[in-house]
Design a protein around this ligand. Structure first.
Ligand SMILES: C[S@@+](CC[C@H](N)C(=O)[O-])C[C@H]1O[C@@H](n2cnc3c(N)ncnc32)[C@H](O)[C@@H]1O
Length: 265
């Protein structure tokens, strides 16, 4: 006789786990591949989510939205969501088993302002953000999310000009009612080449203003932010810090129309 099927959780209803996942659950711990190639066919199509998924995912869909791209286990976002009930937090991650585990943890903590989606952010960001209420999107974080620091893997990197343009369009759309300065992008990496590349894409886009000394944020000689402005370190950030490594950070707002940029150089 077949065992009785457990009812699907809310997260599973929105995004059912695949029949054959990339990982398996052993002793309650998810075993996952270290890297997933975002160029693989499996991840080449934009995510198709059920209509109304956004209002199912968040208890109060009208709250301002923060999106973290490449969340891995999502613990950083879980801490933020626990400390700030006034905003919704959405994590995007390509390693699917981590997403299902993070959503289970969020549900058992009763966190109505935290949700994770399994997707390739490069092809799905626009589709995902299209479902957020107009004006909701406030901040986008991309933190240590590039395992592809070798030159030959550069085309797998998440931050590229099309992604920067998608982030810009989504924030601009959200700021249509005003308050562009409240729309922010935060990037950080411990790999200097990756950090420089990410920063050059945002600096070169033309729609963003990099914040720094003139905005009361201390920068080093190369213009990297000295402190993490979010105030909560990610898992990778903690690991880098424990090894005594360096982190390269930049914070942007949308450029207000007609304003000169005030780069931190
Ligand atoms: C080094 S981890 C960093 C995790 C977390 N942001 C932190 O700072 O601790 C990078 C994560 O980004 C994810 N990632 C890489 N490319 C992605 C893509 N195109 N879409 C979504 N997630 C991606 C990886 O699977 C990985 O979990």
């Amino acid at each position: 006789m077949k065992p009785a099927q457990r009812p699907l959780t809310l997260a599973q209803q929105i995004q059912p786990p695949p029949a054959t996942g990339q990982g398996s659950v052993e002793n309650g711990t998810v075993r996952v591949r270290q890297h997933v190639n975002p160029l693989a066919r499996r991840w080449s199509q934009p995510l198709q989510l059920p209509h109304e998924w956004y209002s199912q995912a968040f208890q109060d869909p009208s709250l301002p939205l923060v999106v973290d791209v490449g969340v891995a286990k999502g613990r950083f976002l879980a801490k933020l969501a626990a400390s700030d009930a006034s905003r919704n937090f959405l994590g995007l991650e390509i390693r699917e088993p981590l997403v299902h585990q993070a959503n289970r943890a969020a549900a058992s903590a009763g966190r109505g302002n935290l949700f994770y989606l399994a997707c390739n952010a490069n092809v799905s960001l626009a589709a995902v953000l299209a479902d957020a209420p107009i004006g909701a999107l406030r901040e986008v974080y991309v933190q240590f999310c590039d395992p592809w620091f070798k030159k030959r893997h550069a085309k797998r990197r998440i931050v590229n000009p099309p992604l920067v343009e998608e982030i810009f369009k989504a924030l601009k759309h959200a700021a249509a009612g005003g308050e562009s300065y409240k729309r922010k992008v935060f990037i950080q990496s411990d790999v200097i080449e990756v950090a420089i590349e990410m920063r050059s894409f945002f600096d070169g886009h033309g729609g963003f203003q990099r914040l720094g000394d003139s905005n009361g944020l201390e920068c080093d000689m190369e213009g990297w932010l000295v402190e993490n402005p979010i105030g909560v370190p990610t898992e990778r950030e903690i690991a880098v810090f424990n090894k005594g490594g360096s982190v390269y950070r930049a914070l942007y707002t949308l450029k207000e129309h007609g304003k000169e940029s005030a780069h931190c150089e």
